[in-house]
Write a protein that binds this ligand. Structure first.
Ligand SMILES: Nc1ncnc2c1ncn2[C@@H]1O[C@H](COP(=O)(O)OP(=O)(O)OP(=O)(O)O)[C@@H](O)[C@H]1O
Ligand SMILES: [Mg+2]
Length: 581
């Protein structure tokens, strides 16, 4: 019921169209009720009394009614569909907007396939109900009630006796409704899982092929597909059981009507015209009930699909733009981490070790700071806090003395140019990929950024230069080339703070050197974080911090750290050893 009311909120702005459709529908129903009565009159007043002008007049009236009804049906069908489409449009828009605002924590857990299936199939199910099911349900009920009332007033005894089958039909419907709901719930869920399997398979096709696990994947998919098949067959069985039974009872109603009607006509208690009209009216009783079976299907499908959509819409946005957020236009880039402790959302704060534990350090504007640490030590997480991909559990991260949580969120993120560890490129031209955050950039600006990232000369050699389209996720480029495109993308933004998270890990050391040489110019006047596991990447850092298991264990210049005996010194010795071998 709550779900239904919530769907209605989306229908409300379309009240005008709903009222139009309902008005036409009521009129059409009245026509439907009058038509059999006219037929009765043709018999009783026309044929029985051999009055052809009555017959002609009334049949023309019937034809006129039918024509009017057809026009009305067209308008009704159109407005119904319009309402449905409007609801879908709004729901899809809201869902998409909400997805854009949900935080990293949400997407860490979310399954892409499930989200896609909610965005498409589930919303479509809601549309079918709003744009078609609900209105027809209403028409059906109205026709059923109207017909019964008409028949009752014309000959109540025949009506009551003939309609004895109706409770049976209602019982079948009731049971069907009860059982088909859970089936639809399963089907919607399984569709989500099927889409997830498909989506993960396509995204991970390189892994699948390299491990030659196609058959395993096929089995996995087949299993999901079979589950879906079975549940759908279970639902079909419910339909197969219910619908013919209803047809049988419906047929019986006709038979009863003819028997009882005939007896009453013979006894002179019912005119032949009324008898004929009753044959027609019986349809008005039977079809709404038969249709009800289908409408229950549509209704149950929508009522099970809608909560899946609402669930996403109801997910609170944990990292949001603060009201009256501080403007970032004049940000200079003094960064302070003040006793920062951080847990991921799915961690138990009281039991599990934090990812970052009481980390404090300062970075002055324009400084280049190297962040060194073993894999899993928390380097990427540290940087994520700066851009508010996640928020601290305790302590604070400040830029220019202001907590990052107080800045206008979009501005904050645009002020921090990140070259992430795992780059993502869109299926678009190289130019559009570089200019992703700054679409108005001129060709010169784009080329300049590409030069600094040591990718310009490569792009020049491509068949269509900067217009070359790259496939999904940058297919067609090597890992290092992708990284350099991402680097150009960040440089182009001209942000006061630049973060390179293993940004040169996939390029050879010679290219890395060249990039760093070029970056010297870029880094001037900018606060730059260089995250790395190898020392060559941080040779230009003014200062280095070392993370170990989420704790800041060392801090200082190359020279200072080299004199110590910590992680840095060990790394230095090890890498020197390798270099000498
Ligand atoms: N979304 C997440 N949810 C829960 N735990 C996470 C999540 N992302 C990372 N972790 C955990 O946090 C720890 C730190 O991860 P982080 O990515 O910050 O390490 P890192 O220092 O960048 O490592 P690498 O050098 O391999 O990139 C790891 O132990 C990891 O398992
Ligand atoms: Mg990392």
């Amino acid at each position: 019921m709550k779900t239904l009311l919530r769907i209605m909120i989306y229908v409300r702005p379309n009240a005008k169209w709903v009222i139009l459709a309902i008005t036409i529908m009521i009129m059409a129903t009245i026509f439907d009720l009058v038509a059999p009565w006219i037929l009765g009159q043709i018999f009783d007043e026309g044929i029985s009394k051999r009055n052809m002008s009555v017959v002609i007049g009334l049949t023309l009236a019937l034809a006129g009614i039918q024509a009017l009804k057809s026009i009305g049906m067209f308008v009704q069908g159109y407005s119904q569909e319009l309402v449905g489409q409007n609801v879908v449009f709004k729901l899809r828009k809201e869902l998409y907007e909400h997805l854009q605002r949900l935080s990293f924590s949400y997407f860490d857990r979310a399954q892409t396939g499930q989200l896609m299936s909610r965005m498409t199939g589930d919303i479509e199910a809601v549309k079918n109900f709003v744009g078609f099911g609900a209105m027809n349900l209403f028409t059906g009920m109205l026709t059923f009630l109207g017909t019964t009332i008409f028949m009752m007033t014309m000959q109540w005894k025949v009506t009551v006796i003939s309609l004895i089958t109706i409770p049976f039909i209602l019982f079948v419907l009731f049971r069907f409704n009860h059982r088909v709901g859970p089936a639809w719930s399963n089907i919607r869920e399984q569709m989500g899982r099927l889409t997830t399997t498909l989506q993960e398979n396509i995204s991970g096709i390189r892994v699948v092929k390299s491990f030659a696990t196609e058959s395993v994947e096929q089995r996995k998919f087949a299993q999901r597909n079979e589950q879906n098949f079975d549940t759908n067959m279970d639902r079909a069985k419910l339909e197969a059981k219910a619908f013919p039974l209803m047809g049988l009872y419906g047929g019986l109603t006709f038979v009863m009507m003819i028997w009882i009607g005939a007896i009453f006509v013979v006894r002179g208690e019912m005119s032949l015209g009324t008898f004929m009209a009753f044959q027609w009216y019986t349809w008005g009783i039977i079809w709404p009930l038969n249709m009800l079976g289908w409408q229950i299907n549509i209704f149950q499908q929508a009522i099970k699909a809608a909560p899946r959509v609402f669930e996403v819409l109801d997910t609170p946005i944990d990292i949001d733009n603060p009201a009256d957020g501080v403007n970032t236009a004049n940000m200079s880039g003094n960064v302070v981490f003040d006793r920062v402790t951080f847990h991921f959302a799915d961690q138990d704060v009281s039991k599990e070790k934090p990812i970052l534990d009481q980390v404090s350090f300062r970075v002055k504007q324009g400084e280049v700071i190297g962040v060194l640490g073993a894999t899993g030590s928390g380097k990427s997480s540290l940087i994520g806090l700066l851009s508010r991909f996640y928020d601290v559990t305790d302590g604070s991260v400040q830029i220019d003395g202001i907590d990052v949580r107080e800045y206008e969120l979009g501005g904050l993120r645009r002020s921090i140019g990140i070259v992430p560890q795992e780059t993502f490129l869109f299926s678009a031209s190289i130019r559009d990929n570089i200019a992703y955050g700054f679409p108005e950039a001129t060709q010169e600006q784009i080329e300049d950024a590409a030069r600094k990232s040591q990718i310009h000369s490569f792009i020049e050699t491509m068949p269509e230069g900067y217009d070359t389209r790259i496939g999904e996720r940058g297919v067609g480029l090597s890992g290092g080339q992708r990284q350099r495109v991402a680097l150009a993308r960040a440089i182009l933004m001209d942000p006061p703070i630049l973060v390179l998270d293993e940004a040169t890990a996939s390029v050879d050391t010679a290219t890395e050197s060249a990039i760093h040489e070029a970056l010297l110019e870029v880094m001037k006047g900018r606060t730059t974080f260089i995250i790395a596991q190898r020392l060559s990447s941080i040779q230009h850092a003014d200062r280095i911090i070392v993370l170990e298991n989420g704790r800041l264990t060392e801090e200082g210049t190359h020279k200072e750290l080299n004199e110590g005996s910590g992680f840095f010194r060990q790394l230095f010795d090890r890498q020197k050893q390798i270099a000498h071998q």
